[in-house]
Design a protein around this ligand. Structure first.
Ligand SMILES: NC(=O)c1ccc[n+]([C@@H]2O[C@H](COP(=O)([O-])OP(=O)(O)OC[C@H]3O[C@@H](n4cnc5c(N)ncnc54)[C@H](O)[C@@H]3O)[C@@H](O)[C@H]2O)c1
Length: 268
């Protein structure tokens, strides 16, 4: 049997990158998939590609910054396919020009990013949970980020909002576990989505690569397969967790490079 056979999933931000890969993998493994995205044309393209591969999918316009729009996407999912077993709260944004350090960051941008990155997770969950309770369970998966664990020179709002997503994940898991609703997050490191490839020059991608334990950068399906696992019953005893998918970028002692140089000199 396919890994999520018979389940119904809503994926926010499913027209591109991590959301798209997750939608494709969930559909391939038997789920009926609703792709909610700001980019409706992109969502429709994704549906066509899934259908071409024999999957079942629908698209809906979704603005994750608007409460009513999130509610509509959840209701559309239930009205179209009869239930919602899997909610992937994946939309998240940053802004390298306005989301700066604490002193210089634009406060309107702070509010916007908190709203889109954090509150949309709360709202998606809030609207889906009553349906999941009625159906006897479900799996909520949130996209956090390694920026929620490791601080940076800029992107203060992004990092703080993603740290909040990590903790919100465990709150949801704690509050609804007895209803058999699991909630987990995935925290990507650098993932070469089309947007990341476009925004990050090769030199920056190479800096990430240099500090990865593995000799390559991440691809959307590295997150997609993690989402598939968390969505499936294979992970039925896992809840409240955030799985870091980051190529071992953050596991080593940050001074390891200097330490290696020191050892080489000492041995010479
Ligand atoms: N790519 C990475 O390196 C990386 C690393 C860590 C975390 N993340 C997180 O992964 C998630 C997906 O990122 P991605 O790299 O796949 O991005 P992406 O730009 O490839 O895809 C994001 C999708 O979300 C849609 N979207 C944007 N704003 C929206 C809104 N307000 N309402 C509805 N849809 C909206 C876009 O149209 C797009 O289809 C985000 O939460 C991001 O913070 C990405």
């Amino acid at each position: 049997m396919a890994r999520v056979e018979g389940k119904v999933a809503l994926i926010t931000g499913g027209a591109s990158g991590i959301g798209l890969s997750s939608a494709q993998l969930l559909a391939k493994e038997g789920a009926k998939v609703v792709i909610g995205d700001f980019n409706l044309e992109g969502a429709k393209e994704a549906v066509k590609a899934i259908e071409k591969d024999g999957g079942v999918a629908s698209a809906i316009f979704l603005d994750a910054s608007v409460e009513e729009s999130i509610k509509e996407a959840v209701e559309f999912t239930v009205n179209t396919y009869g239930k919602i077993d899997i909610l992937f709260n994946n939309v998240g944004l940053t802004n390298l020009k306005k989301d700066l350090d604490v002193v210089n960051m634009d406060l309107d941008e702070w509010d916007r990013l908190m709203n889109v990155n954090m509150k949309s997770v709360l709202l998606g969950s809030r609207f889906a949970i009553p349906y999941m309770q009625k159906a006897g369970g479900g799996s909520i998966i949130n996209t956090a980020s390694m920026a929620g664990f490791a601080s940076d020179a800029i992107r203060t709002a992004y990092g703080a909002s993603k740290a909040a997503v990590v903790h919100l994940t465990s709150y949801i898991a704690t509050q609804y576990g007895k209803d058999r609703i699991r909630c987990n997050a995935v925290a990507p490191g650098l993932i070469l989505t089309p947007a990341a490839e476009q925004n990050l020059p090769k030199e920056v991608q190479d800096i990430f690569l240099k500090y990865n334990a593995l000799p390559y950068n991440g691809e959307p399906e590295d997150i997609g397969y993690t989402v598939l696992f968390l969505a499936s019953d294979e992970s039925k005893y896992i809840t409240g967790q955030t799985i870091k998918v980051e190529g071992g970028h953050y596991i080593g002692n940050p001074s390891i490079g200097d330490f290696n140089d020191f050892m080489k000199k000492a041995q010479a």
